[in-house]
Write a protein that binds this ligand. Structure first.
Ligand SMILES: Cc1cc2nc3c(=O)[nH]c(=O)nc-3n(C[C@H](O)[C@H](O)[C@H](O)COP(=O)(O)O)c2cc1C
Ligand code: SF4
Ligand code: FES
Length: 569
């Protein structure tokens, strides 16, 4: 069945809404990659079988990831919103007997606030969720991502039905007004990029959704693809219409099998209902989207390497200009946006750019999803308004430092980013503020470290990562990162020299200034920021030839070194 007009879409939605009883008991089980790894598949089957066996009128909903993976598998019972964490197969019958049939809460399965020790019943009261501004992730625990009707029920594709009947320039105007900036790391104004593509006079133009997500620890884009893939497609189709594009591609790393599966199902279902294909909703606009798998090289997230990879070539960056907007995929004008950038679009179209811009800071608008990890009590995906301070994220949403240790550092922006210390905790997260302090937003990785973490070891870890991921095309990155890694490795083995710091800084400058792509240009950042913000850690390695911290278990692979035996006279 195809939906051929805006009216038909409204009628279709009305039928879904009418057939859905909001008071019906629904057991929502997270089936995101994290919870699946913890047994959510078996758990869901047991719930389904038990409900069937007892002939209960209950809906079992298998959702995507709502972000609190550390506490998984998660089970939320609606409409009450009762939140159970770390649920096992043994708990299934008990939940049905006690909570579903008798209406009793099982204390043991409730989330316990690590600070107050209070047991929290409702998902909306869990501090981890309560203090977030969930705009992009809001449907992740409410819909089955493989069921397009669920998305439509929550107003899905209504932004598209508005957009297709508005002049293209008006859409671009709203996106510009919203102040949305690219979430892939660079923060380039999205509306401006769209305008550039719209102005390109070409019969074939492409749109690419960058879902490569190579930063270690980052999984925002994966959660969006697994949990709400139609939101991405809707943003892309609107982008396709506004810029006059003919075809779209979603470039997903092959290590994301569930995300790949869900986005593929979503495309097929959107085609079946007519949101993709010819004459979408009777607007005269035609658009298709294809999925391309990447083999998981970090550098393939860089836009020109990504294009080469889709073209079937080796994924290596090329010099810019020409920028992809002028000459991109197969030499045609091409727009590349990140997954999280696209998912902001439906909100902007439905509510207007001014409304979108109401939250955020002067230069960074809307919300941002961070992957909060490391030594905090609550880890997971955190969506906050731009401008929320690091302190709020780490100590309120994250619940503070594990084991009552002292906060030492927060690493932002992955391998391109930097480490900030306690003096920077009052910074509100936005593009400029973080760069000013030597870190960056990046794609949203946020790793918290405590007093037992060694910053030299951290710098070495990231340098090893970029060294491995360097494509080798240009000398400063290929050889320079190797040299920096050698020095850092020597330092962590207690064999550092005073001159090493100067040499690291010299190499960093050289690599930043002369590398071809962003990988090399930003590779020295974690080293420079740790040298600047944590000079004591370097001093200890160099002068005392021994760091007690490298020996302690950290968030990264631990490397031990022994001080050299004093030479016998
Ligand atoms: C080494 C490297 C890796 C990158 N990886 C990603 C990535 O995984 N996802 C992403 O969206 N952008 C990534 N980028 C940025 C892209 O080149 C591009 O700027 C971005 O996809 C544009 O989308 P946006 O304007 O929505 O941010 C990477 C850049 C570099 C230099
Ligand atoms: S900077 Fe590094 S990753 Fe980028 S092109 Fe040069 S060698 Fe390749
Ligand atoms: S995968 Fe279940 S909460 Fe993230």
């Amino acid at each position: 069945m195809k939906i051929r007009s805006v009216n038909e879409l409204s009628e279709y939605r009305e039928r879904i809404v009418k057939s859905h009883n909001p008071k019906k008991t629904t057991i929502s089980i997270c089936n995101g990659a994290g919870c699946l790894a913890l047994g959510a598949k078996t758990l869901s089957e047991l719930f389904e079988n038990d409900v069937k066996k007892r002939n209960l009128d209950i809906e079992i909903l298998k959702t995507g990831c709502p972000g609190f993976c550390e506490k998984g598998p998660l089970v939320t019972i609606f409409p009450q919103g009762i939140f159970y964490s770390k649920v096992t197969s043994d708990d299934v019958s008990l939940i049905i007997d006690e909570t579903i049939i008798k209406g009793k809460i099982i204390d043991r399965l409730l989330y316990e606030d690590p600070n107050t020790k209070e047991k929290i019943k409702k998902v909306s009261d869990v501090p981890f969720y309560k203090k977030q501004t969930r705009r992009l992730l809001s449907l992740n625990d409410k819909i089955d991502p493989t069921n397009i009707s669920h998305y439509i029920q929550y107003n899905g594709y209504s932004a598209l039905s508005l957009a297709l009947f508005i002049p293209q320039d008006e859409i671009i105007k709203e996106v510009k007004k919203s102040g949305l900036r690219g979430r892939g790391g660079g923060g380039f104004p999205t509306g401006m990029k769209w305008e550039f593509l719209k102005k390109e006079n070409a019969s074939v133009k492409y749109i690419i959704c960058n879902a490569d997500e190579g930063d270690p620890g980052a999984f925002m884009d994966r959660a969006l693809m697994e949990g709400n893939p139609h939101l991405i497609l809707e943003g892309m189709i609107i982008g396709g219409y506004a810029t006059g594009s003919t075809e779209g591609f979603v470039y997903v790393r092959t290590e994301y099998p569930l995300a790949l599966k869900h986005i593929t199902i979503a495309i097929q279902d959107a085609e079946k209902l007519g949101f993709l294909g010819e004459n979408i909703l009777g607007s005269g606009f035609s658009f298709k989207i294809k999925v391309r798998e990447g083999a998981g090289a970090f550098v393939c997230g860089e836009e020109t390497a990504l294009i080469a990879s889709i073209e079937g070539k080796r994924g290596m960056p090329r010099p810019r200009p020409p920028y992809p907007i002028k000459s991109g995929l197969f030499g045609k004008p091409t727009l590349i946006n990140n997954v999280e950038t696209f998912v902001n679009i439906p909100y902007i179209i439905q509510n207007g750019g001014d409304d979108y811009a109401k939250i955020g800071t002067k230069t960074s608008k809307g919300t941002k999803i961070f992957a909060l990890a490391g030594k905090v009590k609550n880890t997971g995906l955190v969506e906050v308004a731009m401008g929320t301070t690091l302190k709020e994220i780490i100590f309120e949403i994250g619940g503070g430092i594990l084991g009552e240790r002292e906060f030492k550092a927060v690493q932002l922006g992955g391998p391109s980013g930097g480490c900030l210390s306690s003096k920077d905790l009052d910074i509100g997260v936005d593009y400029e503020s973080l760069i000013l302090k030597g870190a960056m937003m990046g794609s949203g990785g946020m790793i918290v470290m405590d007093e037992t973490n060694c910053m030299v070891e951290l710098a070495r870890f990231f340098m090893e990562f970029v060294q491995n991921e360097s494509c080798g095309k240009c000398v400063p990155c290929r050889i320079g990162t190797r040299k920096m890694l050698d020095i850092l490795t020597r330092l962590t083995k207690g064999k550092g020299k005073q001159e090493d710091i100067l040499e690291l800084k010299r190499l960093a400058k050289l690599i930043k200034e002369s590398s071809l792509c962003g990988l090399g240009q930003t590779a020295p950042n974690p080293v420079l920021s740790t040298i600047n913000n944590f000079p004591e850690d370097y001093r200890v390695h160099i002068e005392e030839k021994f760091c007690p911290l490298c020996k302690s278990k950290g968030v990264f692979p631990v490397r031990h070194f022994k001080p050299e035996e004093p030479k016998k006279e």
